[in-house]
Design a protein around this ligand. Structure first.
Ligand SMILES: [Zn+2]
Length: 457
């Protein structure tokens, strides 16, 4: 009787609950989730706000005020974290001198990047990023106080906390902790990071860009501590016209590598976080707005923007002031540190999972037209012990059904017609870590040819 009742219960579970749960539950991911500390991120944001303004064009000589002092503080923080792991982090300061519509005079933009080399797959890179620069109402105002507690000291704090927690462990892939500058003046830090990644020859498997991740009370009055938005592009920025024509006909418009990275992050939240879920947003960014991940997408790298569920616009890009009893400005009082802790946990568990999983399979091909069966083939992934083929209804947001291919690099799904589903494949390590699912062909591939790197200056 009892087993019949259980079977009936399982049959009624919603399909989304099954999101990529074929992989083995990993104690390490619970462990790193438990190691995130709100107080350390409170100290980070307090320190960053303490520099008065971190505007990209603010002064760089002072040790107590401006963008120069803030980035040197960040570098010291990375060095301190590295000292505690036996020098496991390499610090790099990729920089460029730029001008633009929002930077009238040549200004040096400096990113602060910490690199934790992978043990067996060091050229494969998982990047977490946030931006250190801040602004007030007038984007050109580089002298007034611009605390930027939420936009985006919250993202920087998540980056630093990821380095603190994950540097205590070793991963197959390289983890990169990136604190970017020049975002508000035109996504310069994102572009400098993308150029640096290409110059290093990195295969960037994922960029988790955290921008505005610390507030849980929206302008509408809604308070939501249980939800974070993960924005992902549906079709690739770097798609060619020929690829676009094929994709428009055969599908793939909701299966870019970035979108399947978002699905993976959603699966991590379902499995490892309590009372916290990912709201996948099928957009590159918020309507009409942008972030540094856009520059990573232009370089052909899978990238998502992570942002709080309910934004408060009185606290974004505002001069510090009170009008009619209403307080404006991005101050630390607007940060919900328990909420920020959940977002940091999500990033950290995702990075640990990706870091220990094999690379996503490449050269994924699919065939099955005018046949009752569907066949997938892919190239063997170094370090993978096995593969799993996934499929879902064409209207389903999450991968729903799966079958192991064992160690083979092809699988025939008998009686499952290619016409009726979307398909993909993941790689699985010996100890049961699973990669994201990759959709066949160039529409889904995790390694793309990006735009040519812009000429220096
Ligand atoms: Zn921002």
């Amino acid at each position: 009787m009892r087993s019949i009742a259980l079977a009936a219960l399982l049959a009624t579970l919603p399909a989304v609950a099954a999101a990529q749960t074929a992989s083995v539950e990993q104690p390490l991911l619970h462990e790193v989730v438990d190691q995130v500390e709100a107080d350390r991120m409170r100290a980070d944001i307090t320190a960053l706000v303490g520099f008065g303004t971190r505007h990209t064009m603010s002064e760089t000589q002072s040790e107590t005020r401006g963008i120069g002092a803030a980035r040197r503080w960040t570098e010291r923080e990375f060095r301190r974290i590295s000292a505690e792991c036996g020098g496991c982090l390499e610090i790099a300061l990729p920089a460029d001198t730029v001008t633009g519509p929002r930077i009238p005079t040549p200004t040096e933009i400096v990113n602060v990047v910490a690199i934790q080399r992978g043990t067996t797959d060091p050229n494969r890179v998982v990047v977490i990023s946030g931006h250190i620069d801040s602004r007030v109402s007038d984007v050109m105002n580089f002298t007034d106080d611009a605390p930027g507690a939420n936009d985006d000291a919250s993202g920087v704090a998540a980056v630093l906390e990821a380095a603190r927690v994950l540097s205590k462990h070793r991963f197959d892939a390289t983890l990169v902790y990136a604190v970017l500058s020049g975002e508000e003046q035109g996504l310069f830090g994102g572009r400098i990071l993308a150029d640096y990644a290409r110059a290093q020859g990195w295969v960037v498997e994922a960029n988790l860009n955290n921008d505005i991740v610390g507030n849980s009370e929206g302008s509408s009055g809604v308070r939501d501590t249980t939800r974070v938005r993960v924005f992902s592009e549906g079709t690739k920025t770097v798609e060619t016209e020929e690829q676009e024509a094929r994709r428009r006909y055969n599908g793939g418009e909701v299966d870019s590598s970035s979108r399947n990275l978002a699905r993976y992050i959603d699966g991590i939240a379902d499995r490892y976080l309590a009372n916290f879920d990912v709201d996948m947003i099928y957009r590159t960014d918020r309507f009409g707005r942008g972030g540094d991940q856009v520059e990573m997408l232009r370089a052909g790298f899978p990238a998502v923007r992570i942002s709080e569920g309910a934004e408060h616009y009185d606290r974004q890009h505002q001069d510090l002031r009170t009008e009619n009893g209403r307080a404006y400005g991005d101050t630390i009082e607007g940060i919900d540190f328990d909420y920020l802790t959940q977002v940091a946990r999500l990033n950290i568990a995702t990075m640990a999972s990706l870091g220990n999983a094999p690379m996503v399979p490449a050269d994924v091909a699919i065939e099955g037209a005018v046949r009752p069966d569907t066949t997938l083939r892919w190239s063997a992934v170094p370090g993978a012990a096995g593969y799993r083929v996934w499929w879902r209804s064409t209207t389903s947001p999450q991968w729903t059904y799966s079958r192991s291919a064992g160690a083979a690099t092809s699988l025939v799904l008998e009686g499952i017609p290619i016409d009726d589903y979307f398909f993909g494949v993941s790689a699985i390590s010996e100890d049961g870590y699973e990669s994201p699912v990759v959709f066949p062909g160039p529409a889904g591939a995790f390694v793309s040819v990006g735009d040519p790197a812009p000429a220096a200056n």
